[in-house]
Design a binder for this molecule. Structure first.
Ligand SMILES: NC(=O)c1ccc[n+]([C@@H]2O[C@H](COP(=O)([O-])OP(=O)(O)OC[C@H]3O[C@@H](n4cnc5c(N)ncnc54)[C@H](OP(=O)(O)O)[C@@H]3O)[C@@H](O)[C@H]2O)c1
Length: 319
């Protein structure tokens, strides 16, 4: 049995589809099973919350492998980013050790460090440390920005593109290597198919192109067929404005400063797309392997649309 947390999120929902296609028995730790959509009848459900460690014990019963994706880039009512991303991971991996879990796969982020400027990436660094120190086989994936059609961030950019000027927090110079959620899921599946590592493995998941925040915004505008001048809003103004918005709207705020700040820090890998490419290659057994591996790492088309392989090996466009 495999326990998946974060199955209702961007990466988790994509991964769940891949796992179920493979016929793997999956249990999902979720706050609200309705958010699993049609997949909820194809999995075991464990009701739980990152803030409730007792729910981990039930969820982990009879589990050999954990894929821990659940996380949050904004505070939740009564719970901080640090608890959701750092302490909860430490508690989850501890519970997994106690229950005799064999493998633990965890999602951190590129650039995470205990001295990082953002709260989220400081918490991720501590979580990585807890996973690395655990006495079970562990794999950490550190992705750059992950995207998929209609994801919350692209949707926000599409909405902002309706304005006469396209606002960008700060100078927009932070660099990213965006990677498609389907390619990320392929890498996880490839890792699960391989025999468990003796101790600890770490993969950096980056796409083939390095783009600044400005480049990404321009790519989205181009794909929407809109021309808008970028309006660079000074960081202190964004920070103050979003903090005020959060105070006024609480959890309904469309964006928070902690989220916006993540678009002011680079998330790149010196290894480029190498780790993601080899993961996609290994998982692409259903495709003619060379063509599929190549497409997993090919740069976006002029319209900013990456191509990838369907299980039948036919190229498809996610946008
Ligand atoms: N997306 C990226 O660009 C990116 C970049 C670097 C690293 N990562 C990491 O990759 C992993 C997957 O990211 P993602 O983009 O798929 O995240 P996501 O779309 O934001 O999904 C987050 C998931 O965590 C669950 N969750 C949040 N708070 C919870 C709580 N208190 N208790 C239980 N579950 C909770 C959510 O469930 P609900 O449906 O109940 O809210 C959702 O399933 C995360 O660890 C993330 O930090 C992502």
């Amino acid at each position: 049995m495999l326990l998946l947390t974060g199955a209702t999120g961007l990466v988790g929902s994509t991964l769940l589809r891949h796992l179920l296609t493979e016929g793997r028995p999956v249990r999902c730790l979720v706050r609200d099973p309705r958010r699993l959509g049609a997949q909820r009848v194809r999995v075991q459900i464990a009701l739980g919350d990152l803030t409730g460690p007792p729910s981990f014990r039930n969820a982990l019963r009879g589990v050999q492998t954990v894929v821990h994706l659940a996380a949050s880039i904004r505070d939740q009512p009564q719970v901080s980013i640090e608890e959701l991303n750092g302490i909860a991971t430490w508690r989850m991996v501890e519970a997994a050790e106690r229950q005799g879990v064999e493998r633990f796969l965890f999602f951190s982020a590129l650039g995470a460090s205990t001295h990082h400027r953002t709260r989220c990436l400081r918490a991720k660094a501590l979580a990585e440390q807890a996973v690395r120190d655990a006495s079970l086989s562990s794999t950490v994936f550190a992705p750059s920005i992950v995207y998929a059609p209609g994801d919350p961030w692209l949707t926000l950019l599409e909405r902002l593109a309706l304005l006469p000027l396209m606002p960008v927090s700060g100078r927009g110079r932070a660099l990213y290597q965006p990677i498609w959620a389907e390619d990320v899921a392929d890498c996880i599946v490839a890792s699960l198919r391989a025999p468990a590592a003796e101790s600890h493995t770490r993969y950096e998941l980056a796409g083939p192109e390095t783009l600044s925040h400005n480049d990404i915004v321009r790519t989205v505008l181009r794909s929407l067929g809109r021309t808008r001048p970028l309006l660079h809003v000074p960081t202190p103004l964004v920070s103050r404005g979003l903090r005020l918005l959060e105070t006024a709207m609480g959890r309904r705020a469309p964006a928070t400063w902690d989220e916006a700040e993540l678009m002011e820090v680079s998330m790149t890998s010196a290894r480029g797309a190498a780790d993601a490419d080899s993961g996609a290659r290994r998982s692409a057994h259903g495709c003619a392997s060379s063509s599929c591996a190549a497409s997993a790492s090919s740069p976006p088309s002029p319209a900013g649309r990456p191509t990838s392989c369907t299980p039948s090996g036919k190229p498809s466009s996610p946008w």
